[in-house]
Design a protein around this ligand. Structure first.
Ligand SMILES: [Zn+2]
Length: 394
């Protein structure tokens, strides 16, 4: 049983499409099947190249004032040259001796300096990087205009996220909003553009599901994200997807119940867990994402700390490869803090390219397997499928 999606009146006006693609007179949603949607528009998936699936080029952990509004970065977008030397982290995060402070230091988890972020992503471009998936969304101060500018300036493809981050950063009125209202906002991001721009989201997420237990608002967010994915054909990506193995399955159950093909769903922050639990996820077609790697060592060293970290990460990834999961592994850094930046002694956006991949090869992993993980898997999961009407709920 299918039913057409009733899309909010404001969105109908904003879309400006003349022709209905669905029965029931709902507005048309473009069919991007076979394409990847970047901040500069749809592209051929074959052009993605080496892809980082879960990063934050800019981030500010801050709940929006309400559903449908968004918390902008501390400073409004401005020409890059106008902000030199500004930014909260400049005064807060860097301590004596020029070393960046660790967790809890003021500004440690704020990335809001355009020039610094551009320099960091250019490192990835220089080592042959192709695409960055920026999963910053509501609750993390997504900045579509800056992401577009970063893509233009760097020559990297950038895929932008949508939806709601974890419950601690949900807006205060989340409880009062319906699944339909939340769905409409995500569909708008993908179809019309985000935050009043024409810059579109190419993935739904990172959808925050911290779990223990999964709350009603989290379930609403999962459902709305899944419905938006179903309606637009966009892929989905989760922050954890639940705190326990059972909750991760519950999240996938909800997504599947909304008619989303789990082959286009990423379970973020999961790759380093129990291999048996990872297999429960991949057996259903979903991807497991190995991320949040590349923090600066807590004590100053000559780089040996990062190399040792890379070797540990490579061994964990090798365990997944040995378990037969190669075609469901994704790797990213989840850059979201100052100590992860290259300029502060972290691995930056090149930790995988410069240190983890060489460590994998030292463990006997072939170039072909590396290509499957870094290029083929992201290409497969990021490619849109055809839009479909919502599945009728019992
Ligand atoms: Zn996350």
């Amino acid at each position: 049983m299918l039913r057409p999606h009733r899309i909010g009146a404001a969105i109908v006006l904003a879309l400006g499409f003349g022709v209905s693609a669905q029965r029931g007179g709902a507005p048309a949603i473009p069919n991007l099947a076979g394409k990847v949607l970047t901040v500069l528009g749809p592209i051929d998936p074959a052009t993605l190249g080496t892809t980082l699936m879960h990063e934050h080029i800019f981030i500010d952990f801050k709940p929006p004032e309400s559903v449908g509004s968004w918390a902008p970065l501390q400073r409004a977008p401005q020409p890059p040259q106008a902000q030199a030397g500004q930014g909260r982290q400049g005064a807060g995060a860097v301590q004596q001796g020029g070393r960046v402070g660790g967790r809890g230091t003021p500004g440690w988890n704020l990335l809001d300096n355009y020039d610094e972020s551009l320099a960091e992503v250019m490192e990835f471009k220089k080592v042959g990087g192709g695409t960055i998936v920026d999963v910053t969304n509501f609750g993390l101060s997504r900045n579509p205009a800056w992401l577009k500018r970063i893509s233009e300036a760097s020559g990297l493809h950038v895929v932008m996220g949508s939806g709601w981050y974890q419950k601690a950063l949900h807006p205060p009125d989340m409880t009062d909003r319906t699944v339909e209202e939340l769905t409409d906002i995500i569909v708008r991001d993908v179809v019309a553009g985000a935050q009043g721009t024409n810059i579109k989201s190419g993935i739904v997420g990172e959808v925050g599901v911290q779990g223990r237990p999964i709350t009603e608002n989290e379930i609403k967010s999962i459902r709305a994200s899944a419905r938006a994915s179903r309606l637009t054909g966009a892929p989905m990506t989760f922050h954890m997807g639940g705190g326990t193995p059972e909750e991760k399955q519950q999240t996938l159950d909800i997504v599947a119940s909304e008619g989303v093909d789990l082959n286009h769903v990423v379970m973020g922050h999961n790759g380093s867990g129990d291999v048996a639990v990872m297999k429960q996820i991949t057996d259903r077609g979903a991807y497991i994402e190995f991320d949040y790697i590349g923090d600066a060592p807590q004590t100053p060293d000559d780089g040996a700390g990062l190399r040792q970290l890379a070797e540990r990460r490579a061994q964990q990834i090798k365990n997944l490869i040995d378990a037969g999961l190669t075609d469901r592994i994704l790797v990213a850094h989840d850059v979201c803090t100052q100590p992860q930046l290259k300029k502060n002694g972290g691995g930056g956006f090149v930790f995988t390219s410069n240190l983890v991949i060489p460590a994998l090869k030292a463990l006997g992993v072939s170039d072909e397997v590396v290509r499957r993980i870094m290029i083929d898997n992201p290409r497969r999961v990021l490619t849109f499928v055809a839009p479909q009407p919502l599945v009728a709920q019992k």
